[in-house]
Unconditional design. Structure first.
Ligand code: GLV
Ligand code: MN
Ligand code: MN
Length: 456
């Protein structure tokens, strides 16, 4: 089988427009799943309490911390209660399978992540893990029997916070994770800490593996379409369009692609009183100049689809009376047009070099990841569209500006995403919110779409 999503996506369009398969007649036989509006919102509140951020608002759940381990136990217990067959792989991806009547066929997958960046919200990712568990329960209650197995996934480390690289679990499953590069990435949680594999070992994973290469290999799913026949991720929109247009369901046609740069300026530091201005090589001033340039380079493309963010700036030694010796930066650049994104990335890097030279500081950089955008698969797009129509839910096709594990699942299976509205489009902040009604609608549409894909 060949990969579908290999071409550059066009914002707002789907190749489905030139040939979506029609709604499968089998969908008409699927009994209507009914989701209790209170169940998943209450579970999301329970999960949000498992957080590292006792001192601040919002949810913080970095991978392999105590709160992440407690969150994993919570997810496993919900999977078990739903009667799913649970397993975990060497990197801590969790799978819960509802075994279909033809268990040897490639399954239908649905999942997301529960790790959360510092001071973020309760819905990003978590909805896409708890939602399909509840979708399966609703389908069971309605008397539906899947032909293909339906498998719920919780991916390890979608967020890049701890090791700088996003989607670690799904990247490994798709065969797109370079073990040597993973080993080279520093742990920001434990200063001078070990590698990702060492953190995984401490968390009780990876213990059947000889080294990082073996760990990554053990998680790989293999050829396109052989493990999953299709994959569908439920997620909050993380933007305002659905709410503004009073729509219930967003049918994602393309997923924007991120690039991540970790870079550092290093000067010689010195005494903040004793060292006159003309004798300094201040690393922070170099980083500040680059930060302003990052904004300009994104704006200069003239497209709203190009976004660039300096989300991390660590200054050392970090004392008020010390001239900054080091300034480490993490820069996120995204676009739905990969070539345009790459041009911004290379301009940022050459500008960084120039700044280092003119300010007489040293400069190092690493492109931690630079992933291609993806187009969603027609059969998944049309399954979601048919589900939204059948439930009379207002819907539209749209692009995902955020990245998701689906970006990597699209490498190994026909993949799509289903968005629900979130308040004001807020995400990655404590006041992220999705209403019980929107959650119920999203899970019912997800259930119908998964059911129809399982019969295909
Ligand atoms: C996902 O968390 C993203 O940053 O898009
Ligand atoms: Mn996120
Ligand atoms: Mn997410």
């Amino acid at each position: 089988m060949t990969r579908f999503g290999s071409s550059e996506p066009v914002p707002g369009e789907c190749p489905a427009d030139v040939g979506c398969p029609p709604v499968t007649p089998s969908q008409l036989k699927i009994p209507t799943p009914v989701v209790d509006p209170a169940t998943v919102p209450a579970q999301l509140v329970d999960l949000a309490k498992l957080s590292d951020s006792e001192l601040s608002a919002g949810v913080t759940r970095l991978i392999f911390t105590d709160s992440d381990m407690a969150g994993r136990a919570y997810v496993r217990s919900l999977m078990e209660r739903a009667g799913l067959v649970v397993r975990e792989d060497a990197m801590g991806n969790i799978f819960g399978r509802w075994v279909g009547s033809q268990p040897d066929l490639p399954a239908v997958g649905s999942g997301s992540h529960i790790d959360a960046i510092p001071n973020s919200g309760a819905y990003d990712g978590t909805l896409g893990v708890l939602g399909p568990i509840e979708a399966i329960r609703a389908l069971r209650r309605a008397g539906f029997k899947p032909k293909r197995s339906i498998e719920v996934l919780m991916f390890t480390s979608e967020e890049p916070t701890r090791f700088g690289i996003s989607c670690v679990g799904s990247r490994a499953m798709a065969g797109k994770l370079d073990p040597k590069h993973l080993d080279s990435l520093a742990d920001i949680l434990v200063p001078d800490g070990g590698t990702f594999r060492q953190a995984a070992l401490k968390a009780g994973y990876a213990n059947t593996t000889a080294d990082t290469e073996d760990m990554v290999k053990q998680c790989s799913l293999g050829e396109y379409g052989t493990y999953y026949d299709s994959f569908l991720e439920l997620h909050i929109e993380q933007g305002p369009d659905l709410e503004d247009e009073e729509l219930s369901i967003g049918i994602v046609t393309a997923i924007a692609a991120p690039a991540a740069i970790r870079c550092a300026f290093t000067g010689d530091g010195g005494h903040a009183g004793g060292q006159v201005m003309s004798r300094r090589n201040d690393a922070l001033l170099a980083a500040a100049t680059l930060t302003i340039a990052v904004e300009k380079l994104a704006l200069d493309t003239g497209s709203n689809d190009t976004v660039a963010t300096v989300g991390v700036l660590r200054v050392g030694p970090g004392a008020i009376n010390s001239v900054p010796r080091t300034a480490e930066m993490e820069i996120d650049v995204r676009d739905v047009v990969g070539a345009r994104r790459d041009e911004v990335v290379s301009k940022i890097i050459s500008y960084g070099e120039q700044i280092a030279e003119s300010r007489n500081v040293r400069w190092s950089h690493d492109i931690v990841n630079s992933d291609p955008p993806e187009t969603c698969a027609p059969k998944v797009v049309s399954a979601v569209e048919a589900a939204a129509k059948r439930l009379n839910l207002g819907h539209k096709r749209m692009v995902s500006r955020a990245y998701h594990d689906s970006l990597f699942m699209a490498e190994v299976a026909p993949t799509g995403m289903l968005f629900i509205p979130c308040h004001e489009g807020y995400s990655h902040r404590p006041d992220e919110f999705a209403s019980a009604e929107d959650i119920k609608n999203g899970i019912e549409a997800l259930a119908l779409a998964l059911a129809s894909l399982s019969l295909a």
